[in-house]
Design a binder for this molecule. Structure first.
Ligand code: GRF
Length: 194
């Protein structure tokens, strides 16, 4: 990490589909003194994603792709990312599945945040499933994106205890707070390998 600190040299794109609280958190991180990332691109699969407003308000370029034709959308996105010299893609609530071809093109440079302790509870509705199974712990994971959903190498995880009174809504809030703690840490952790 040391070689990038203060250099502001890592161009990052964030892919979103909705609310964008992780995007907001990464923008905040990128604005910290001595931060080594330039968050200079947002890709959204949804034209109504709230995260797009955040991008606009922070002067970050954004582009919307509805992925109706995945192959065409991805080709265009790749072109844009390359011309903006993007070195890392952070998926943050991005609800589309990237093709193997796209992942290969950015091998080892796409990461995702997932609201469970992977490899357990891949996919959607994690909090409900965790509660239904009476788990004692849950958490979140930042991992590399590989061709199998939510299965790439784990970069960082954080765990919390589940209490009897925890509902889906309470757990999702608690886990989201953890997500905001670990996503910047994960970027720091891998920054030397990008
Ligand atoms: C987060 O819980 C993230 O782990 C999951 O989707 C949610 C996105 O939330 N992949 P936000 O749009 O970043 O607020």
């Amino acid at each position: 990490m040391a070689k990038l600190i203060g250099n502001n040299s890592l161009n990052v794109a964030v892919f979103i589909s909705g609310r964008g609280s992780n995007l907001k958190n990464l923008i905040k991180f990128s604005k910290k003194k001595k931060c080594f990332i330039n968050l200079n691109f947002v890709v959204s699969s949804n034209k109504n994603a709230k995260g797009l407003i955040l991008a606009k308000n922070n002067g970050i370029k954004s582009i919307i792709f509805n992925y109706k034709n995945k192959s065409i959308s991805e080709k265009k996105i790749l072109k844009i990312l390359n011309s903006n010299n993007i070195k890392l893609i952070c998926l943050a609530g991005f609800m589309k599945i990237l093709s193997n071809k796209f992942i290969k093109n950015f091998k080892g440079k796409i990461i995702n945040i997932h609201p469970s302790l992977l490899p357990r509870y891949k996919g959607l509705n994690t909090h409900q499933r965790v509660i239904n199974n009476k788990e004692k712990f849950t958490g979140c994971t930042v991992h590399y994106v590989s061709k199998k959903l939510d299965s790439g190498k784990i970069i960082i995880q954080k765990k919390i205890r589940i209490y009897k009174k925890d509902t889906v809504s309470i757990l999702s809030k608690k886990v989201l707070r953890l997500e905001h703690q670990i996503y910047p840490k994960a970027i720091q952790k891998i920054s030397n390998y990008l």
